[in-house]
Structure formats: structure tokens, C-alpha cells
Design a protein around this ligand. Structure first.
Ligand SMILES: [Fe+2]
Ligand SMILES: [Fe+2]
Length: 316
């Protein structure tokens, strides 16, 4: 295992929501040695796995004559929404990078994260191109009610919050939210039959494997060095992410206490046409299994997740 660098962590318990920004910049000594070899390896893999949304997709295979006007409109909405959420990953990215550098974390994190951001750029770009190819990208939700559901889940705020250890951020944002999205994505690829939609999803999936691995590798490395108090914050943030973000419909409106019926119907059209999107009966078992997997893996850090409850899903 690599050498532990001297962190410059913000003191916990100060009640300073932007406390991380107050950490004095310290550039030297700058250690560029490998700190977490698994993450350095992900960085190398990411560089070898670049693809180009303009030239690496068989766009000519998209045959719009196979779909109805309603299906195409719904698919334009779906792929536009995908682009917005990929853009969300770009928007939150610098806050994380700033945190890594302010706290003088292992340099592997910054190297990988920079490439990870480029990958999210690719994802937003390819989804926008797909929406365009289907008839036109939409730059905002058709129904303004939807605007709230695509807003960011507060990662930027948490990134600067001195009372949220970086590990709690990584555990909730990556090992929980991104892992659930990844598991749903796997199901999505299976049910998508349009060749172009499928190819796009497969290429995004290849990148997302690394994004999830990044979270697990770093947490497996850090957990043994963390105090019981820090692990409690990790647990609380993961529980918050599941109960207040996922189960409130952040990723899937059918989970929301106030589901958007038009979005559910529109997604079903896209799903049945094989153009992407998943539906409740596909997602529910995936979600249950995904949370069970997360619970088992976090147990090895000394983090015990509770049972969760949802009106439509029961206890899991
Ligand atoms: Fe992405
Ligand atoms: Fe990602």
C-alpha cells in the first residue's frame, strides 16, 4: 500500500458549511507518487478507454421510420433528461476536485477525477446528440413541475461542509447513488433494443464501472483508518441518500410520494419502443438487490445500514 500523505482535513464539528474553502492552500511538498495503487490504475485504464461521441457511434443505424411520433417525442424527452443528469455530474465535479486538493488527499484522486469529469462530458454530449437525432434536444423540462426533480442533490454544498468528512461524501455519492444508478443501467441495457441507443448505453456503462470502482477502492483503503465517530457520519449520509434522495424519486419518479404521471407514461413508451428508459417493475427488484449489495459491502467498513421502508416497495 502506498504512503499515507499528510492530510490537511477541515476540523469536524465546527458548524461551518463552507469550512473546507477556508483551509489555507498548501502546495508543497507536492507528492506525485502513487498513494492508492488501485486508483492510479483506474486513471491509466480511463486514459486507454477514450471514445468519441461523434465518430464512435454507428449513428447511421438509427432508423426513425421504426417509431411513432409519440415514441420519438417521448424518447427526445428521455435522452434530453439523461443529458441534464450527466451535466449534473459535470457541474458537481469541480467541488470534489477542490476538496481533494484543499485537504491534500492522495494525488491519485485528482488524476482520476479529472478524467472522470471528461467522461461525464462525453456522456452529456452523446445523450444530447441522441436527443437531436431523435428530433431535437430539449434544453428544459416540458413541464416546469419537473424542474425540481432534476436539480442537484446538494453535493456541492456537502463538498465544502467541514462537518461532512470526504469519506461520507464518497460513500453516499458514489458507493450509494452512483452504484444504484449503475445497477439500474445494467438492466436498462438489457431491455434496450434500438442498436444506436444500446451502443450509447454500453459505452457509458464501460466508464461508469470505473466511477463506481473509484468509490469502493478509496473507501476500502480509508475505512480501517477512520474513527467510530467518522463512520457514524458515513452511515448517516448514506442513509440520507437512500431515504431522502433515492426513495423520494430523485432518479426514478415512480418512487416519489408525488410521482409525475406524465413522465412515467412517457418513459413507458420509450421503454416499450426499446429506445431506453426503465419502468417500475424492472427497477424495483434491481433497487432491492442493489441496496442489499451496498449494505453487505459497507459492513466490511464497520458501517451497518438499517432496513429501509417505502410505501410501494415494503421493507428491504
Ligand atoms: Fe455519467
Ligand atoms: Fe459517472
Amino acid at each position: 500500500m502506498g504512503t499515507l500523505v499528510g492530510y490537511n482535513k477541515a476540523p469536524i464539528g465546527t458548524g461551518r458549511p463552507h469550512g473546507v474553502l477556508d483551509i489555507a492552500d498548501q502546495h508543497f511538498p507536492l507528492t506525485l507518487d502513487e498513494g492508492v495503487p488501485e486508483i492510479r490504475d483506474l486513471y491509466r485504464k480511463a486514459k486507454r478507454s477514450e471514445w468519441n461521441p461523434a465518430t464512435d457511434i454507428a449513428w447511421e443505424k438509427l432508423d426513425l421510420s421504426r417509431y411513432t411520433t409519440e415514441e420519438l417525442f417521448a424518447a427526445r424527452q428521455y435522452w434530453s433528461r439523461r443529458a441534464w443528469s450527466e451535466y449534473g455530474a459535470i457541474a458537481e465535479s469541480p467541488a470534489m476536485l477542490l476538496r481533494f486538493t484543499k485537504e491534500r488527499r492522495e494525488v491519485d484522486l485528482s488524476l482520476f477525477w479529472t478524467i472522470r469529469t471528461q467522461e461525464e462530458v462525453r456522456h452529456a454530449d452523446v445523450c444530447r446528440r441522441m436527443a437531436d437525432a431523435l428530433g431535437g434536444y430539449m434544453s428544459e423540462p416540458v413541464s416546469q413541475d419537473l424542474a425540481g426533480s432534476v436539480a442537484t442533490h446538494g453535493v456541492r454544498g456537502m463538498s465544502f461542509d467541514a462537518d461532512t468528512p470526504l469519506e461520507a461524501l464518497i460513500a453516499s455519492l458514489i458507493c450509494c447513488a452512483e452504484v444504484i444508478a449503475f445497477d439500474v443501467f445494467r438492466a436498462l441495457i438489457k431491455t434496450t433494443t434500438d442498436p444506436v441507443a444500446k451502443q450509447i448505453l454500453q459505452l457509458i456503462f464501460r466508464d461508469e464501472v470505473r466511477h463506481c470502482d473509484f468509490g469502493w477502492y478509496y473507501m476500502d483503503y480509508r475505512a480501517p483508518h477512520m474513527s467510530a465517530a467518522e463512520l457514524v457520519v458515513v452511515r448517516d449520509k448514506v442513509v440520507w441518500m437512500i431515504e431522502d434522495v433515492e426513495l423520494k424519486g430523485y432518479h426514478s419518479t415512480w418512487l416519489s410520494p408525488f410521482p409525475d404521471v406524465s413522465e412515467i407514461e412517457s418513459d413507458r413508451l420509450v421503454y416499450e419502443a426499446g429506445l431506453g428508459a426503465t419502468v417500475e417493475e424492472v427497477e424495483m427488484p434491481v433497487l432491492v438487490k442493489s441496496v442489499a449489495g451496498i449494505r453487505a459491502r459497507m459492513r466490511s467498513w464497520g458501517v451497518e445500514l438499517p432496513e429501509f421502508e417505502h410505501t410501494g416497495m415494503g421493507r428491504f
